[in-house]
Design a binder for this molecule. Structure first.
Ligand code: GLP
Length: 238
């Protein structure tokens, strides 16, 4: 078990992470990739389509899996995670990858989670999971209190998680969501946790050096056989 921590200067972080991701997709254009929303990956997503174009790599054979979704926002709402990822990345690729997300408009939340897990089984699982880091230590919407084997499921959101949706006009913000579970995240062959900015410094230290327990789901990544933290120097500053 090794949790690698790689720290890049803030000015270079997005170029380095986007470059690494582009290399991965170039090496395996049919890769199955789970992606988060949130503000952290945005500069990576901004750079990725051009890097793939430069390398003449198509995303037509790739599969993108969305990490989590809010409940209670109508289809197309700009704060929805599916809308956010489309806008930030998927719509900017030359060729649309397959997109697996939670079908929260068609199915009840528990059934949407089952359908999501079944879709992942059908594609044969994931190659790589990218995650953001909640200031409370959450991964996806696996909030503090989530056990290490928590399945993909409907969840109540912590207030700080919910309030992130307000920035995209969801006011009042959603209080519930559906998330890829902590258990299947731990079972993924490779995980990259992205963390930038001073506001993540305390929780990153907690995840790396505090107890491995449900108070900080990110601490579980220390038990993962192939996880890396890709941080900028502001987040990595103790
Ligand atoms: C959100 C999402 C997570 C995201 C995290 C960090 O609530 N559910 O998937 O990674 O919080 O967000 P940010 O990158 O904006 O700090």
């Amino acid at each position: 078990m090794t949790l690698r921590v790689e720290v890049f200067a803030s000015a270079d972080w997005a170029d380095r992470v986007a470059g690494r991701l582009a290399e991965r997709i170039a090496a395996d254009p049919s890769m199955r990739l789970c992606l988060p929303t949130g503000s952290t990956p945005l500069p990576v997503y901004e750079r990725l389509p051009a890097l793939l174009r430069e390398r003449d790599v198509s995303t037509a054979e790739a599969t993108v899996v969305l990490l989590d979704e809010y409940l209670g926002l109508p289809a197309g709402h700009p704060a929805r995670c599916d809308a956010t990822l489309r806008r930030a990345l998927l719509d900017r690729f030359d060729a649309a990858p397959a997109f697996v997300r939670f079908e929260v408009d068609e199915l009840d939340p528990a059934a949407a989670c089952q359908a999501f897990s079944a879709a992942l089984d059908r594609i044969g699982g994931l190659d790589l999971v990218l995650l953001g880091l909640g200031t409370n230590g959450h991964l996806g919407m696996n909030e503090p209190g989530s056990p290490v084997d928590a399945p993909t499921r409907p969840v109540e959101l912590a207030p700080e998680t919910a309030s992130a949706a307000r920035g995209y006009g969801a006011d009042p913000p959603p209080t519930r969501g559906v998330t890829f579970g902590m258990g299947p995240i731990m079972a993924a062959p490779e995980v990259w946790l992205l963390a930038t900015g001073e506001r993540k410094a305390a929780v990153l230290q907690r995840a790396l050096n505090g107890p491995i327990d449900p108070d900080c789901p990110a601490s579980y990544l220390r038990l993962h056989p192939n996880a890396a933290i890709l941080a900028d120097d502001d987040a990595a500053r103790a």
